[in-house]
Design a protein around this ligand. Structure first.
Ligand SMILES: [Zn+2]
Length: 298
């Protein structure tokens, strides 16, 4: 299967019909890479005349250098652009830089086609996740931007041309090519099945009920930021600031402290973060003592 790297630009607008904000797609760009040579074999680029919002946000204009006149004169509806893209990407794996573009595409499909599943999406790779793992990011919690990855790889780009869908997809394609490894890519390949859409629409959330089955009470601890000793717990754990807080003291340093442990429910695991700071200091801001661990809840 060939690869299609898709990029979108959108304008945040308020939909009266849906009574909520929606990111309306105004620019779609993509490149198609041959599965074996990874050479660009085709390009797709289309500006879309907005139908929900008739004004462009200032920051969208500044970022993309697209004007509302340009969009008006394009005379392409989202439905038209989508049907052209369906033919362009037929039988290909779709790649986007992070999942936000897919979520935006889903909300536009929902709005215009009354079905949130993009018709072209059969196989998908999150290119950002792939690139981050390929360059062995030490902190997977931090998400790297496309330009940052391009710079790390020494790939040149024109600043002014960035944040246009086609230019961004071309740059993303170069990063993909530079980091390509057939076996690793296969590990990142998803079928766009029901499980995939459940994952895409899952809302991560903090668990604030200490009796929730997502909470393993053995995880309520932290270590002293100074000496590394396990903190002794001196009070009950109470729900506080999206997590649980207790008074703690280091048996070594004797410093009375607060420890906060937060449990964040993600689709297939619970992420745990711990903070400890002496009483009187702000535990929130004391990220020097932060330890992040990931555990499987099931
Ligand atoms: Zn200590």
């Amino acid at each position: 299967m060939d690869y299609v790297i898709l990029d979108l630009e959108w304008n945040g607008v308020y939909s009266r019909r849906k009574k909520k904000n929606i990111n309306e797609i105004i620019d779609m760009g993509a490149v198609r890479l041959n599965a074996d040579t990874l050479k660009v074999v085709d390009r797709y680029s289309m500006l879309i005349t907005p139908q929900i919002g008739k004004k462009l946000n200032k920051h969208v204009q500044e970022l993309t250098h697209i004007s509302i006149d340009e969009l008006e004169s394009a005379r392409h509806t989202f439905t038209h652009a989508l049907s052209r893209f369906n033919s362009f990407s037929d039988g290909c794996v779709i790649l986007t830089w992070g999942t936000t573009d897919i979520l935006t595409m889903m909300s536009n499909c929902e709005y215009f086609l009354h079905d949130n599943r993009p018709p072209f999406l059969k196989y998908y790779i999150d290119l950002q996740a792939y690139c981050q793992s390929a360059i062995s990011m030490s902190n997977p919690g931090r998400q790297l931007g496309l330009v940052a990855v391009a710079e790390m790889l020494g790939i040149k780009y024109e600043e002014r041309e960035m944040h246009r869908a086609l230019a961004d997809s071309e740059l993303a394609a170069k990063c993909f090519k530079a980091l390509y490894n057939a076996e690793s890519v296969a590990e990142y390949l998803n079928s766009a099945d029901s499980e995939f859409y459940k994952r895409m629409t899952f809302k991560n959330h903090y668990i604030t009920d200490i009796d929730s089955e997502d909470i393993d009470k053995n995880e309520l601890y932290d270590f002293c930021g100074k000496c590394g000793c396990k903190m002794q717990v001196k009070s009950r754990w109470q729900s506080k600031n999206r997590g649980f807080r207790a008074r703690t003291v280091c048996p070594n340093c004797k410093v009375p402290s607060y420890t906060i442990v937060r449990f964040k429910r993600k689709f297939d695991h619970v992420e745990i973060k711990r903070f400890t700071a002496p009483v009187g200091e702000d535990t929130e801001k004391n990220s020097a003592n932060e330890h992040s661990v990931v555990t499987d809840s099931d």
